[in-house]
Design a protein around this ligand. Structure first.
Ligand SMILES: [Zn+2]
Length: 239
C-alpha cells in the first residue's frame, strides 16, 4: 500500500503513524496545485496504487526542489518513512505570534531554516494561515474566494521571494493567490510593482496571454493591516 500525504492534519494522522510504507511529504497547497486535476483522490486520502504513487513522485521531482525542499525538508526526509511529529495547535499559535512580532522589525533577507523540526513545520503552517486570514481568504489578484464543500479555502499562501531562493517565512513575503494566479505568478506571467500593481509579462505568442494581459496595471487587493502588506524588498527580490 502506498500513500501520498500532505500537511493538513486531518489528512496525515494515519499516514504519519507509519501506516503506509511510502510517503511524499509536501505542503498540501503545493501538492494540490500540482496534482488535483490528475489525482482528485488525494483529497480524500484514499489509497493510491503503486503506479499512481510513482507518477506523482515523478511529477514532484520534475518540479524540482522547490516543491519538496521548501515545505518539508530535505528530499531524503520527503521520501523517508519515519515519523515527523506534527505540531499541535499551541505550537502553531506560538509560531503565528512570532511571525506577528517579527513585523516590528525590518523585513529580513532570509531566515535560517531547519526543515525537519516541528517548530519549522508549525511556522510554515502559521505562515499559511496568517496570510490567508490577512487577505480574507481571497486572491489578491482576482478577489475570488472559494472553498471546498467541507469548508477548506482554495486560496494559497504564496511566497513572493520563493523559499527556494532564500525567501523567508516573513509575513511581508507572503501573498494570498488562487490556484490559477499562484501558478501564473510562480511561473513568471506577472510581477507586482512597488505600488502594488500587476505587471504582465509580454509573451503574446503564448496561450493564456490574453487572459493575463487584461490584468496589466490592475492594483492588487491588500490586507487591511498595513504592516502585512508585501515588502518592496521581496517584490523586487530578483531585479
Ligand atoms: Zn486569482
Amino acid at each position: 500500500m502506498t500513500a501520498i500525504t500532505a500537511s493538513e492534519q486531518n489528512l496525515v494522522e494515519d499516514a504519519w503513524r507509519g501506516k503506509y510504507p511510502y510517503q511524499v511529504r509536501v505542503a498540501w497547497d503545493e501538492l494540490h496545485r500540482l496534482t488535483s486535476s490528475r489525482f482528485p483522490r488525494i483529497e480524500t486520502n484514499e489509497t493510491l496504487s503503486r503506479s499512481e504513487f510513482e507518477e506523482i513522485a515523478k511529477a514532484l521531482r520534475e518540479e524540482g526542489d522547490r516543491l519538496i525542499l521548501p515545505e518539508w525538508g530535505s528530499r531524503a526526509a520527503a521520501y523517508a518513512d519515519d515519523t515527523i511529529t506534527e505540531p499541535d495547535n499551541a505550537q502553531i499559535t506560538a509560531a503565528r505570534k512570532e511571525l506577528k512580532t517579527a513585523l516590528d522589525s525590518e523585513p529580513p533577507e532570509s531566515i535560517p531554516v531547519d526543515y525537519n523540526t516541528v517548530e519549522q513545520i508549525a511556522r510554515e503552517r502559521a505562515f499559511r494561515e496568517a496570510i490567508r486570514d490577512a487577505y480574507d481568504e481571497r486572491c489578491a489578484v482576482c478577489g475570488t474566494r472559494r472553498e471546498t464543500p467541507d469548508g477548506r479555502p482554495e486560496v494559497e499562501a504564496s511566497h513572493i521571494r520563493p523559499k527556494s531562493e532564500d525567501g523567508p517565512d516573513d509575513l511581508r513575503n507572503g501573498i494570498a493567490l488562487c490556484k490559477l494566479h499562484h501558478w501564473a505568478f510562480d511561473n513568471g506571467w506577472f510581477t507586482i510593482t512597488d505600488d502594488y500593481r500587476i505587471s504582465v509579462t509580454d509573451s503574446s505568442s503564448r496561450d493564456g496571454y490574453t487572459e493575463f494581459a487584461s490584468l496589466d496595471g490592475k492594483r492588487i487587493e491588500l490586507p487591511d493591516d498595513h504592516r502585512m502588506r508585501p515588502a518592496v524588498k521581496y517584490l523586487n527580490w530578483n531585479t
